[in-house]
Design a protein around this ligand. Structure first.
Ligand code: DMJ
Length: 453
């Protein structure tokens, strides 16, 4: 019902545009996608499919066939377009088998290739998909590319090669790996900024939240998606987790485990909502953890889930802030006004979903249900769902944006949290960072294709 409300209002007020403004009941455009249109449609395709909203899936598919157009003179974020559009199209293809999605995914992948034309092959953040001219965000440490952006192309690009028969996509992302694995890492940590021309790190700022997050996620998932054959991805992931544990993970005096940020060797005792995805990641990676550390990684996931739940529970609205702190006498509470907002993000519910699947502890469903009730009470409006400006207030001030990831991630992870484990089982699927399921490329399947008998 929540998906129906989000979708039908998008359809009514913003059909074909990127996102919905649920209060003003009109379209919302973000410059992340330039003039590419229909972000909500493409991001929501697989959610509609999984929820068996057949009519809606059909109309979304028809829109993609007739209107999704990449022949536009526009500058886009390579990362955002990859995770939402390429990821969304790939999942829609794998779930439905409809050729149009495969074709569009490969066509868009080809448009993104000029982003890799840098001296090192580390891609630009921004790309004009007509001219092929790229550049980096002007604010990013002396012209650097961003770890979470260039490190979050791997899964989709491996699938693009798989589906197109063209090895170029996989080669581009394997080269990113090569550049990273050759570089010295301060204390074994990966700074968020890397200059694509010099191949040197920018500012030594390390984060498992914004600017760093999904790079770590994709190391683990690349290994899982390769049917556990990608030993390099595996090693890089577990080595990184080791360094994160040593240098970033701390326990508050009240007993809450959190992941701090690292700035040139100094810790900032702050954790972002984005960082909360790491609970699910640690638990998902527990199985392959070296040195008998499986139980330890599950426990780490459980502790992060508990801390993130506390960040929700300690607000008036029972929805978590964008960032919360463990200093100045507070724990798991936002202290700065500009960190008190909630924009319908999925990471905490994502972690509940992984923890539920991997432990079946009923508290994760209880916590997920608390989030449902809070979303219904505070974010649901006549025209859809809106973010909130301050989750510590008693009265909502809505930000008037229904983010496309609310449909692709937040609602999908909630649905999976309350479904049986055989819906998109982890043995066969990994989720990209926008919650788009991609099939594991099983060793046996490859043999079958090469030698069907
Ligand atoms: C999504 O686009 C993805 O989950 C990304 O990895 C981080 N930001 C948003 C959701 O918060």
């Amino acid at each position: 019902q929540m998906m129906e409300h989000a979708w039908h209002n998008y359809k009514r007020y913003a059909w074909g545009l990127n996102e919905l403004k649920p209060i003003s009941k009109q379209g919302h455009s973000s410059n992340l996608f330039g003039n590419i249109q229909g972000a909500t449609i493409v991001d929501a395709l697989d959610t509609l499919y999984i929820m068996e909203m057949k009519e809606e899936f059909k109309e979304a598919k028809e829109w993609v066939e007739k209107n999704l157009d990449f022949n536009v003179n526009t500058e886009i974020s390579v990362f955002e377009v990859n995770i939402r559009f390429v990821g969304g199209l790939l999942s829609a293809y794998y779930l439905s088998g409809e050729e149009v999605f495969r074709k569009k995914a490969v066509e868009l992948g080809e448009k993104l290739l000029p982003a890799f034309n840098t001296p090192t092959g580390i891609p630009w953040a921004l790309l004009n998909i007509k001219s092929g001219i790229g550049r980096n965000w002007p604010w990013a440490s002396g012209g650097s590319s961003i770890l979470a952006e260039f490190g979050t192309l791997h899964l989709e690009f491996v699938h693009l090669s798989h589906l197109s028969g063209n090895p170029v996509f996989a080669e581009k992302v394997m080269n990113i790996r090569k550049v990273l694995s050759r570089l010295d890492k301060p204390e074994g940590l990966y700074p968020n900024y890397l200059n694509p021309s010099s191949g040197q790190w920018g500012q030594h700022h390390v984060s498992i939240g914004g600017l760093g997050d999904s790079f770590y996620e994709y190391l683990l998932k690349a290994w899982l998606m390769s049917d556990k054959t990608d030993e390099e991805g595996k090693k890089m992931y577990y080595d990184a987790v080791q360094a994160i544990e040593t240098h970033l993970i701390r326990k508050s005096s009240g007993g809450l485990t959190y992941i701090a940020e690292w700035k040139g060797g100094l810790l900032e005792h702050k954790m972002g909502h984005l960082t909360c995805f790491a609970g699910g990641m640690f638990a998902l990676g527990a199985d392959g953890a070296p040195d008998d550390k499986t139980g330890h990684h599950i426990e780490l996931g459980a502790e992060i889930a508990r801390t993130c739940h506390e960040s929700y529970d300690r607000t008036s609205m029972k929805l978590g802030p964008e960032a919360f702190r463990f200093d100045g006498g507070v724990e798991a509470i936002a202290t700065r006004q500009n960190e008190k907002y909630y924009i319908l993000r999925p990471e905490v519910i994502e972690t509940y979903m992984y923890m539920w699947r991997l432990t079946h502890d009923p508290k994760y469903r209880e916590w997920g249900w608390e989030a449902v009730e809070a979303l219904e009470k505070h974010c649901r409006v006549d025209g859809g769902y809106s973010g909130i400006r301050d989750v510590y207030h008693n009265h909502e001030s809505h930000d008037d944006v229904q983010q496309s990831f609310f449909l692709s991630e937040t609602l999908k992870y909630l649905y999976l949290l309350f479904s049986e484990d055989d819906l998109l089982p982890f043995e066969h699927w990994v989720f990209n960072t926008e919650a788009h399921p991609l099939p594991i490329l099983h060793k046996d399947d490859e043999n079958k294709e090469e030698n069907p008998k």
